[in-house]
Design a protein around this ligand. Structure first.
Ligand SMILES: *Cc1c(COP(=O)(O)O)cnc(C)c1O
Length: 254
């Protein structure tokens, strides 16, 4: 547990240091750390929270529901901000929108999913004019098993969200990117691709770059992502250590 605080401290320092290496045009914000707690216990989340961490990321709707109704988390993590970063099926939309402290859904990848979120949000929001924060997930590597929208569809999807989804707030773009890219080969092409997508949105839709976040970078490559302009890095392993297998966690709970 003390280890988590130490890991976080190291990562905060590395993030700050990487942020100083950005070009001047990218220096208008402090990058955010999202602690990816999927498959880790409520106790570990509490220790990260007590070490000052507020933003947490989860991939599975059911697991997120369990965690947000966990007594320990309810008691000790009142200001927690949940990021949903897993693939979201439309039939789970009404479920996920009940999550208290849901901060953002980073994985909107189709107009159908955007519409479903847009139509359901008024039933769940606490104040009449609050919008649901969303990011558009882009499949920058073009790998079939990845869930984001195709790079050729990003502009259309963002346009649809802005023009037709009044209850959603378009916050930015997210990518997972190819696993195991060796940064010795130069800047990660997935990161460069996401930056290009943002430029295109800026050109074509006139949205200021500063109002389009980039969620990119994980445990092994977050420093490089920040140097290139990432505004939000999603880090699991470097904070919490290796994840337990999905079924192991289930057994522990029984
Ligand atoms: C699991 C996961 C992460 C964190 O990965 P680590 O390598 O453990 O830092 C980040 N983003 C997404 C979408 C994930 O599923």
């Amino acid at each position: 547990m003390a280890e988590i605080a130490a890991n976080l401290k190291l990562i905060y320092n590395k993030i700050s240091h990487a942020a100083t290496k950005r070009t001047s045009e990218h220096r208008y914000y402090e990058p955010r750390l999202v602690a990816v707690s999927k498959l880790h216990s409520a106790e570990l989340i509490v220790s990260a929270y007590e070490a000052g961490q507020r933003h947490f990321g989860e991939n599975y709707v059911n697991e997120l529901m369990e965690k947000t109704s966990n007594q320990l988390i309810l008691e000790k993590c009142k200001e927690i901000k949940w990021h949903f970063i897993g693939s979201l099926q439309r039939n789970k939309v009404t479920k996920i929108l009940t999550v208290p402290n849901l901060y953002i859904i980073e994985t909107v990848n189709s107009d159908k999913l955007a519409n479903a979120l847009n139509n359901s949000w008024p039933r769940f929001r606490k104040s009449d004019d609050s919008k649901l924060n969303i990011m558009v997930q882009v499949n920058t590597s073009g790998e079939k098993e990845k869930h984001g929208c195709d790079i050729t569809e990003v502009l259309t999807l963002v346009k649809h969200i802005i023009n037709n989804c009044d209850n959603l707030k378009f916050v930015g773009l997210m990518t997972i990117g190819m696993y195991g890219y060796d940064t010795a080969n130069g800047p990660n092409p997935d990161f460069l691709c996401l930056i290009k997508c943002r430029e295109k949105i800026n050109d074509e839709l006139g949205i200021d770059i500063k109002n389009i976040e980039l969620s990119m970078g994980m445990s092994t490559d977050y420093e490089q992502a920040i140097e290139l302009g990432s505004t939000s890095v999603r880090i699991g392993t470097a904070i919490f250590g290796n994840r337990p297998q999905k079924n192991t966690l289930k057994e522990e709970k029984n």
